[in-house]
Design a protein around this ligand. Structure first.
Ligand code: 4AD
Ligand code: MG
Length: 458
């Protein structure tokens, strides 16, 4: 622990305002100040938070203050506060917890249009020297200190955009008659192939961490019709790219009686709703991240749809070294969406490169009713899904062909024995979506504590 600063030593903590009542926030003060006319009429208020930055020019200190709801410029004028408060504001280390009394005024020159003029400043907890300084730090330095890095203005914005996206997805699905059914993380089955399974001990048995909630969603859909799950999924992918995480969150809707076209439309509506919510409610955060909102405004339905074979032909025209029959790599996805302002829907993939459960295309048994949605600007696949096999015997054949243990899939095959109907669904990768909305280049900043090939801490 650092030595307490003179101010915290002298202040009786029981008199600190944050202990007594709910304080106004930077966000609420900004709203009030911006609604006023900007005349010198700010009502006195106390806020509690952290000292995020400081500049001084003689008798004036400009503090960057963060209280969780946002950041505010605080001006401490030597003559407006006690000398003890001025010294505390001038010297207390960055990231100290502080309480500031003052009045908020509209100030066009201040970031966010509001400025808090201090009349008192107190230290709640003096920080030790803060390791993250305004100079440029490398990614690994920052990731080692992810627990502190989250406090930066940029990470604050990303956390809020992620929250907005998750809320918008839930809101949209609820409006469309979906209910959230949760799916297990410990599973005995592989959903997306056996090469990326995380095996773990389950008492005296082996279990896997879930790659996808889909198989369980299919069971829930046969009960409630329209369901979704939203949670962490795990892939032991040895690929070290900016688009892969080992633990990532997925939103997975599943719809009984729906065919491929219907869930493409569902995905389109869902994506556009979330884009709209981010634009409406997170404009300030987009500005913090230098994300041009015009790019997001152009994401409108309908999204163009092409088949895998058309996509392959397009890649051949572009002269990429893609081979027909292969899955698209990141460079292929980027080439396919080049110059596009909205996502591209690709359907009818070769059965050989897709999961065992995909419904064959009518009249084209070598193609399946799968769909991927590729985001523009190089973000690549954000959605993967399709129509599921609903015929019992065909599904059992596929389980065998894929070398999957039939015992573990008994319950899944059961769904095709009792009132089986065509059904479809998809998975949307939350971090890929958030990265795209935010315009960031690497998925690791789209989740508070990223798990990547070489990183398990903090
Ligand atoms: O295409 P995927 O593997 O599809 C499924 O898991 C289906 N069972 C989902 C379903 O139909 N219910 O994954 C879906 C999405 C991808 O489009 C991508 O956005 C994301 O999940 N994703 C990843 N995100 C980050 N890191 C990874 N390693 C990811 N793998 C997939
Ligand atoms: Mg996929």
């Amino acid at each position: 622990m650092a030595e307490p600063s003179p101010a915290s030593a002298s202040s009786d903590s029981s008199t600190l305002s944050w202990k007594k009542r709910r304080l106004p926030t930077v966000a609420s003060l900004r709203r009030a100040a911006l609604q006023g006319k900007g005349e010198e009429s700010g009502a006195p208020a106390t806020v509690a938070g952290w000292l995020a930055g400081r500049r001084s020019s003689g008798r004036l200190l400009f503090l960057n203050f963060r209280d969780g709801s946002g950041f505010a410029q605080v001006v401490v004028f030597r003559k407006a506060v006690s000398s003890e408060a001025f010294e505390a504001a001038r010297h207390c280390p960055l990231e100290s917890a502080v309480e500031i009394r003052g009045a908020a005024f509209a100030e066009p020159r201040a970031p966010g249009g509001m400025e808090l003029r201090a009349t008192d400043f107190r230290v709640i907890h003096a920080a030790e020297p803060y390791p993250i300084t305004p100079k440029e730090h490398g990614a690994s330095f920052l990731l080692d200190r992810r627990h502190l890095w989250l406090r930066s203005r940029r990470q604050h914005a990303l956390l809020r955009i992620r929250d907005e996206v998750l809320f918008a997805f839930r809101e949209y699905l609820r409006d469309q008659g979906f209910i959230c059914g949760d799916t297990p993380i410990f599973t005995p089955n592989a959903c997306e192939g056996t090469t990326t399974l995380f095996e773990t001990q389950y008492f005296d048995r082996h279990a896997y961490l879930s790659q996808s909630g889909q198989l369980y969603n299919e069971a829930i859909a046969m009960s409630v019709g329209r369901t979704y799950c939203l949670g962490p999924t795990f892939r032991a992918e040895k690929s070290k790219t900016r688009r892969h995480l080992i633990e990532f969150w997925m939103l997975e809707p599943e719809v009984a009686f729906a065919e491929l076209g219907e869930i493409v439309e569902l995905a389109e509506g869902l994506i556009c709703h979330a884009v709209d919510r981010v634009l409406t409610n997170r404009a300030a955060e987009l500005a913090t991240l230098d994300r041009d909102p015009e790019r997001l405004r152009r994401i409108q339905p309908p999204f163009p749809r092409i088949t895998y074979d058309q996509a392959a032909a397009r890649l051949a025209e572009k002269g990429t070294d893609f081979t027909l029959g292969d899955d698209f790599g990141a460079p292929d996805e980027t080439a396919l969406t080049e110059g596009m302002d909205r996502p591209l829907v690709v359907t009818h993939f070769p059965a050989a490169i897709k999961a065992f459960y995909m419904e064959p295309a009518p009249g084209r048994p070598d193609r399946v009713l799968g769909m991927d949605i590729l985001a523009p600007e190089g973000y690549g696949e954000i959605v993967g899904g399709g129509q599921r096999i609903h015929d019992h015997d065909l599904l059992r054949e596929r389980v065998r062909e894929h070398g999957l243990p039939e015992e573990a899939f008994g319950w899944y095959l059961d769904l095709r024995r009792f009132g089986s109907v065509p059904h479809s669904g998809f998975g949307l990768g939350i971090e890929r979506f958030v990265a795209w909305m935010s315009g960031i280049s690497h998925l690791r900043e789209a989740i508070p504590f990223p798990r990547t090939l070489y990183r398990l801490s903090p």
